[in-house]
Design a protein around this ligand. Structure first.
Ligand SMILES: Nc1ncnc2c1ncn2[C@@H]1O[C@H](COP(=O)(O)OP(=O)(O)OP(=O)(O)O)[C@@H](O)[C@H]1O
Ligand SMILES: [Mg+2]
Length: 381
């Protein structure tokens, strides 16, 4: 539970006030007081070490850097954290998120006021970061070899082509399908190279694989047995971080419904479930729909994509729709030559041959998925 605590850093040079706050926080465990700094000039360095979630700054802070100067300095430096300013009635200050002042705490305050403000700014800051963030799409199928990796990769590239900052996560954690598709060197960094405790934006730069296609890829671990080192908690943290940095996050998954795959499915906005004209796939798709219903996913969370939609194996699309109990939302044709050639070279076919039908189909699916995107901040969920 310790990891869910809100990490608080206080910049306060009046010992009595610091002592008072310590006393208020002693009796609870929601907020973890990391440290009380008395010197504003040390704050920036301490923040990058201690990684707080919320910072409280006394507006009347003396010393080389005064209280509000510090707030301006931290905000100007892009700390990306909510700050609460502490003041007295003789020195009224208004909250001003544009300036980095997310809340104001007026002395004297109670333990309730303090906890309320701290958890309030923390949660609303997180929520708006998420809403302002992106569309997360998981490409999934309850069946192997139906084109998940191929489609996830090309879809991500099409999203990037549509001008969205796009990340692709190799969620096939055991076999790292994207590692082999893109032929990345074995020592290329992976999801395991992200710190597990407090991941922050700056950690991403070293870990994302920058594909020439314009998509940043978070690779799976290089070895099969390392897959189990990635926990559900890691997945949640990584996704909330990627949401802040990227407009679109596409996730490739394995066919098996492991707990990490489930956490990708839970955390995403849209599941693109691949179906093919094949009785096993149809059977598994129905079973999966049952499972999704019992987990409580709204039907609109799942969108069916018929892959190789023109190679019907004696079944037409309306029959397929009947079999899966729903009209599929998306179609992608088969193109054995182009898809296999592009995959063998580790390049996206949407760039290799943008005019081919299969590329046009993926580009259209990308556009269909982006419709209704860019919802106003706070409106999602
Ligand atoms: N639209 C398509 N046209 C032609 N070939 C395709 C198409 N989609 C996928 N394929 C081919 O199908 C094979 C399986 O694709 P892919 O590896 O993407 O599937 P997968 O669902 O990720 O498999 P796994 O379950 O092993 O992860 C590949 O050889 C790929 O080239
Ligand atoms: Mg795959």
């Amino acid at each position: 539970m310790g990891k869910d605590q809100i990490r608080l850093l206080i910049v306060e040079d009046v010992p009595q006030v610091a002592q008072y706050i310590r006393g208020l926080l002693n009796a609870q465990s929601t907020i973890k007081l990391l440290e009380v700094l008395t010197d504003g000039s040390k704050a920036a360095g301490q923040i990058s070490q201690l990684r707080p979630d919320v910072i409280v700054v006394d507006a009347l802070l003396q010393g080389r850097i005064k209280g509000l100067q510090l707030v301006d300095q931290l905000h100007g430096g892009g700390i990306g954290l909510p700050m609460i300013v502490l003041t007295v009635p003789q020195h009224p200050i208004e909250p001003d998120p544009e300036r980095g002042i997310h809340a104001v705490l007026m002395m004297p305050f109670s333990g309730f006021d303090l906890m309320n403000k701290v958890s309030g700014v923390h949660h609303s800051f997180q929520a708006s970061a998420q809403a302002a963030g992106s569309r997360v799409v998981t490409v999934f199928a309850p069946k192997g070899g139906v084109g998940k990796t191929t489609i996830a990769f090309n879809l991500a590239v099409a999203m990037a082509q549509a001008g969205r900052r796009t990340a692709l996560i190799d969620g096939s954690l055991q076999f790292g399908d994207l590692r082999s598709l893109l032929k990345v060197p074995p020592d290329a960094p992976s999801i395991l190279d992200l710190p597990t405790d407090r991941v922050q934006e700056s950690d991403l730069a070293d870990v994302m694989w920058r594909d020439p296609s314009g998509v940043d890829i978070l690779l799976a671990p290089p070895r099969i047995e390392q897959a189990e080192m990635v926990t559900v908690r890691d997945v949640d943290k990584i996704l909330s971080l990627l949401r802040r940095v990227y407009e679109v996050v596409v996730i490739d998954t394995p066919a098996a419904l492991t707990d990490t795959t489930l956490s990708f499915l839970d955390a995403c906005d849209t599941i693109v479930e691949i179906v093919t004209f094949d009785s096993t796939t149809i059977h598994n798709t129905l079973a999966m729909a049952d499972t999704f219903r019992s987990i409580g996913y709204p039907p609109s969370k799942v969108r069916y994509l018929v892959n190789r939609a023109d190679s019907s194996g004696g079944m037409d699309t309306s029959e397929l729709g009947k079999a899966i109990g729903r009209v599929p939302e998306h179609y992608v044709v088969s193109d054995g030559r182009l898809v296999i050639q592009a995959n063998n070279r580790g390049v996206p076919f949407v760039l290799a041959e943008p005019g081919a039908q299969v590329s046009l189909d993926i580009t259209r699916v990308a556009a269909e998925l982006l419709v209704g995107d860019r919802v106003p901040v706070g409106a999602r969920r």
